[in-house]
Design a protein around this ligand. Structure first.
Ligand SMILES: Cc1cc2nc3c(=O)[nH]c(=O)nc-3n(C[C@H](O)[C@H](O)[C@H](O)COP(=O)(O)OP(=O)(O)OC[C@H]3O[C@@H](n4cnc5c(N)ncnc54)[C@H](O)[C@@H]3O)c2cc1C
Length: 506
């Protein structure tokens, strides 16, 4: 908290960046002169920061954007950044309707609520569910191109010029019971696997076209606050020196999550340490720490997105996953991110994906994900011995699964009939998905508590004047690893980035 400033000396401008701390705000009264004056200052030039800047500029504000790196893009512009956005409702996007899906807003709303888990943010879900199609039109108006092509296969996302695909657990139990399913992952036309870079290039052009003053190599070091805790600006490191920025309407933190800050992960989300491949641009939690330094509440901090791309091809979904007790633990037709969460919940690291000759096909990403073949055997007894499982456990699991699957049922985990087939045709292939061997990717979902407008909240649910946040620096629409669906983060960053930009500007 800020101490009384009455007797504090003015800040010596020869102080170095090391004299500032993310967790200690800089008192306004100690700054004799500002280096920059603007209406809105944004920190971070990823998806959230770009959309906040465009919206703030469109609302008439003078905007400065500070990015620690040397270029725009953030996490989604990294290699493999899909640029996929999760949207629907309103009867369906043109792509959904073209593919024959009517996606009612109430179904989209119910799915988002369930995907948000026990602490879903109803206000954010309601706002997004009712406005996702208008947001899609906004992205298109910025110049992002989408085709009408739909991919029916259960995959990670459309790979080429196709746009629409199934990227969540919509058709799987228990989600299918809550909401009528529809495919909602919308990927831009260009860029293939790397369409995130394309998306960010389009948004970057729009930021520059609006005359936003962008500073690269400028890292935020501390917030500037008055005695009432109102945020007036920030201290940034530029050219090795601290610079003082006054932002008359406020600061928007769009700095991403904290998966690369090992100390923070250890403290808030130790379970995510089991995922051995952190993904994200900087993701050092600096924005979250800046917010907390002025009394912001950080929520959902233990949650993260985790994945192991064990499918496609979709035939692999017809196999089963077992733990080191030889037991199943989930309906395997769920989204890969939900499955990975359940894998992390198992006691022990060993997990295998079992296939018979009719379901097995080499996985598209198995090599890069470190999923190897552990065994190929002619009987399940032999598999059980090879994996050194307690006698009879795997054989019993297979027996129960096969007996019910033959009748199109899965009474234990409710896998849907389309994916059920007795695994009874040798040779049997065992794929090693063990947590200590395969590559589990992860990023964090917890962050600053915000209103749907982007205003940052204290633990008492009070707005901190002059402070806004969006994207993975916040706990947003996606906040429960077991409900995450591909495209939800970009939906959250771009849509709520716009809300924050607009609110800060006006
Ligand atoms: C390979 C990959 C594929 C993905 N695919 C998808 C997908 O298809 N769909 C989807 O929804 N999500 C996807 N995600 C997740 C999604 O990309 C991210 O969650 C999202 O882009 C986060 O955006 P952001 O703007 O909040 O933060 P970021 O993109 O992380 O941007 C934050 C920016 O702030 C800067 N910064 C941080 N701290 C400071 C500081 N102190 N001062 C100044 N600048 C700072 C960083 O350098 C960075 O440029 C993917 C992630 C990865 C890594």
């Amino acid at each position: 908290m800020v101490r009384s400033q009455a007797a504090a000396p003015l800040i010596d401008r020869m102080m170095t960046p090391a004299d500032y701390s993310l967790s200690r705000p800089c008192p306004l009264g100690r700054i004799s002169r500002f280096d920059y004056e603007t209406t809105v200052a944004i920190v971070g030039f990823g998806a959230a920061g770009a959309c906040a800047a465009i919206a703030a500029a469109d609302a008439g504000a003078r905007v400065m954007l500070f990015e620690a790196g040397s270029h725009s893009g953030g996490s989604i512009a990294l290699e493999g950044g899909g640029g996929e956005i999760y949207l629907g409702g309103g009867g369906g996007s043109p792509q959904q309707r073209h593919a024959g899906f009517e996606d009612r807003t109430e179904d989209f709303h119910r799915y988002l609520l369930m995907a948000g888990g026990p602490d879903a943010d109803e206000a954010k879900v309601r706002l997004y569910a009712g406005n996702a199609l208008a947001h899609f039109d906004w992205l298109i108006a910025q110049g992002v191109e989408y085709t009408d092509a739909y991919v029916a296969d259960h995959g990670l996302m459309p790979l080429n010029e196709e746009c629409l695909g199934w990227t969540g657990s919509e058709e799987a139990w228990p989600f299918v019971q809550a909401a009528r399913p529809a495919p909602r992952g919308h990927k831009p036309r260009h860029g293939g696997w790397n369409s995130g870079k394309y998306l960010m290039d389009v948004l970057t052009r729009q930021v520059h076209a609006r005359g936003v003053d962008v500073r690269f190599g400028a890292r935020a070091l501390a917030l500037i606050v008055d005695e009432d805790q109102r945020v007036h600006g920030l201290v940034v490191q530029a050219d090795g020196k601290p610079c003082f920025v006054r932002a008359s309407n406020g600061v928007i933190l769009c700095t991403g999550g904290f998966i690369r800050n090992r100390e923070m992960v250890q403290h808030h989300a130790p379970r995510l340490l089991r995922a051995n491949r952190p993904i994200g641009a900087l993701d050092d939690g600096s924005g979250i720490r800046l917010g907390m330094s002025v009394g912001a509440s950080a929520i959902g901090m233990s949650e993260g997105f985790v994945t192991l791309p064990w499918y496609p091809p979709e035939s692999l979904v017809r196999g089963i996953l077992v733990n080191e007790r030889g037991q199943r633990f989930i309906n395997e037709d769920c989204y890969h991110g939900r499955v990975a969460q359940f894998i992390l919940d198992q006691l022990g690291d060993r997990v295998w994906l079992l296939q018979d000759v009719e379901t097995y096909a080499p996985g598209l990403l198995h090599e890069s994900a470190g999923i190897g073949i552990a065994a190929t055997c002619d009987s399940w007894e032999e598999v059980e011995r090879k994996l050194d499982l307690p006698g009879g456990t795997l054989v019993a699991t297979i027996d129960i699964y096969n007996r019910h699957a033959a009748r199109g049922l899965d009474p234990l985990f409710h896998k849907t009939g389309r994916w059920l087939k007795p695994l009874d045709k040798p040779p049997f292939t065992v794929l090693d998905c063990s947590v200590d061997r395969a590559q589990y990717s992860a990023f964090t979902l917890g962050g600053l508590a915000t209103l749907a407008s982007g205003e940052v909240l204290t633990e008492d649910h009070e707005v901190i004047a002059g402070l806004f946040a969006a994207g993975r620096a916040t706990c947003g629409l996606p906040r429960w690893g077991k409900g995450y669906s591909s495209g939800m983060s970009i939906a959250d960053c771009t849509f709520f980035g716009r809300q924050a930009g607009q609110r800060a500007a006006t």
